[in-house]
Design a protein around this ligand. Structure first.
Ligand code: NAD
Length: 494
């Protein structure tokens, strides 16, 4: 059994209850972890509160060195961590190796950002005044994360929160706690005890106690809209700060001026990366009608050529989905849309050659419209619904016909198409010819239902810093506006 990480020690849960972690490719149990409850949440928050007293006043340059050390250790253990991520999450090893490197890069980025400045000096309004705007940590941050990029989405919170001087309690997904605990073991133990704490378990049992705890100051959450709404309601009652990175239903527009082979490769990758279980997966495809027939044929051929199999590889493009439940949700959504007239051109079922594991064939669907759940709601699975559009006007109008606003994509060589869409589509990130790519220095997050706040970039650091204005007069002398009042300047009225 694995233990949780609280106050610098690996510990059992107070209740001693545990739950199993499954390998989604084989359905075998990998290990058990503590099923934490509110007493464990209290212990972890107490450790974080204690550690905060020193961490917040640790010189920024020292915090910088410690965060670079996290990055160095992650790279040293990259293969081992990526392997465990693959076993518990089902994403191909090649993608998890990338993910660990991105996590390390994120720590390097915020190591430098955090030591760079802690505010600004503003212009005084009187002589002898100096006015400082100081950025300081909030205190204790609760980070609640999902399973699809378990370490990356944690790093986007953990690295800036620590760089800003906060201490943290992490609640990984109940599907993927093992790699988070391994990260603590391999890459976080040089940090002072209590600076990072990890509690494992289910959202309502240990996530909610973190949200409602009087000594957690900020809740940074990535996950579904439903959970985000629940967390925001609990936090609002307590006037607690939240950052919410929620679901998406991203459009991808294919214009009539593209090299179709390149466009197909980009669009297929956007649809099926990590079995479509990416918050910014291409979930709705709008193709100009003059190239639609050829594009769809090639999209289907290329989809059929993808290699499904054991995510440990080699020579595999797609692994299993995360769980039986997630696969059933996707199947149900596909079936609903089929009943409304959608046509499945390939895929749409479980591959026959696997007797175990949550595999599903990548699926291309046409004859779709915006009355269908596939086009209106987040699918979070390997389904690519393609709709034919007349022109850029119709593509933009349909792209915007959504309650979400996380990301949006266009493939084109036309500056006019690209910038017309970029200017008008509601989305936190707009990708031109390079779907789903992140940049640590570029803010990431959603408009509309897709979230509140931004991660990464300077915005991502700001999310974990509170603002204090220090107003000083370096010469202590009586002010003319202090008591007793001098009434001579007031004109007498009759
Ligand atoms: P989820 O909302 O079910 O769970 C996310 C986390 O919240 C888990 O750790 C879970 O245990 C916890 N949780 C659940 N109920 C809770 C509660 N009542 N209180 C506190 N914590 C609770 O989401 P998921 O299935 O793990 O992840 C998939 C979702 O995440 C998708 O909707 C996807 O779009 C979204 N996502 C968004 C981004 C982004 O950056 N915008 C990135 C990745 C995933």
């Amino acid at each position: 059994m694995k233990k949780m990480y609280i106050g610098g020690d690996f510990v059992e849960g107070v209740s001693k209850r545990t739950f199993p972690i499954e390998n989604p490719a084989t359905e075998e149990t990998l290990d058990d972890v503590p099923r934490a409850g509110d007493e464990d949440a209290n212990r972890a928050v107490a450790a974080a509160v204690e550690a905060q007293k020193n961490w917040s006043f640790t010189p920024a340059i020292e915090r910088c060195q410690q965060l670079h050390e996290v990055a160095r250790r992650l790279r040293e253990h990259l293969q081992e961590i990526a392997t465990l991520m693959t076993l518990e999450g089902g994403k191909p090893l090649i993608e998890n190796m990338d993910e660990v490197e991105w996590v390390a890069a994120c720590f390097d980025y915020y190591a430098e950002m955090g030591r760079n400045e802690i505010g600004r000096v503003i212009a005084p309004v009187q002589r002898h005044q100096i006015n400082l705007v100081i950025k300081e940590p909030y205190g204790v941050v609760a980070c609640i994360v999902p399973w699809n990029y378990p370490l990356l989405l944690l790093a986007w919170k953990l690295a800036p929160a620590l760089a800003a001087g906060n201490t943290v309690v992490v609640k990984p997904s109940e599907y993927t706690p093992l790699s988070t605990l391994l990260m603590a073991e391999r890459a976080l133990q040089h940090l002072p005890p209590g600076v990072v704490n990890i509690v494992t378990g289910y959202g309502p049992e240990v996530g909610e106690p973190l949200v409602t705890h009087p000594q957690t100051d900020v809740v940074a959450f990535t996950g579904s809209v439903t959970t985000g709404r629940r967390i925001n309601m609990l936090a609002a009652e307590r006037l607690k700060k939240t950052h919410l990175e929620l679901g998406g239903n991203d459009p991808l527009i294919v214009c009539d001026d593209v090299d179709l082979d390149v466009a197909v490769r980009g669009a297929v990758w956007a649809a099926y990366l990590n079995m479509g279980q990416v918050c910014t997966s291409g979930e709705r495809f709008y193709v100009f009608e003059s190239v639609a027939r050829k594009f769809i044929d090639r999209f289907v051929d290329f989809t059929r050529s993808l290699r499904i199999g054991n995510p440990m590889g080699p020579d595999v493009d797609l692994g299993p989905m995360i769980s039986a439940t997630q696969r059933e949700k996707v199947e149900a959504k596909l079936e609903q849309s089929r009943r409304l007239g959608a046509q499945v051109l390939c895929g749409g079922k479980r591959p026959e050659r696997f007797s175990r594991g949550y595999y599903f064939e990548p699926t291309v669907v046409t004859e779709v419209n915006h009355s269908m759940p596939l086009m209106r709601e987040e699918t979070f699975g390997p389904i690519a619904p393609i709709m034919v559009v007349r022109d850029i006007e119709e593509a933009v109008q349909l792209a915007n016909d959504s309650q979400y606003g996380l990301g949006a994509n266009i493939l084109t060589n036309s500056l006019e198409y690209a910038l017309t869409a970029a200017e008008r589509i509601k989305a936190g990130t707009f990708w031109i010819n390079d779907p789903l790519t992140d940049n640590d220095a570029g803010p990431f997050g959603g408009m509309r239902l897709s979230g509140i706040g931004r991660e990464l970039g300077s915005e991502g650091l700001e999310a974990f810093r509170d603002t204090k204005h220090i107003h000083m007069d370096y010469k202590l002398e009586a002010k003319p506006y202090w008591y007793p009042y001098d009434w001579s300047k007031c004109r007498k009225t009759d």
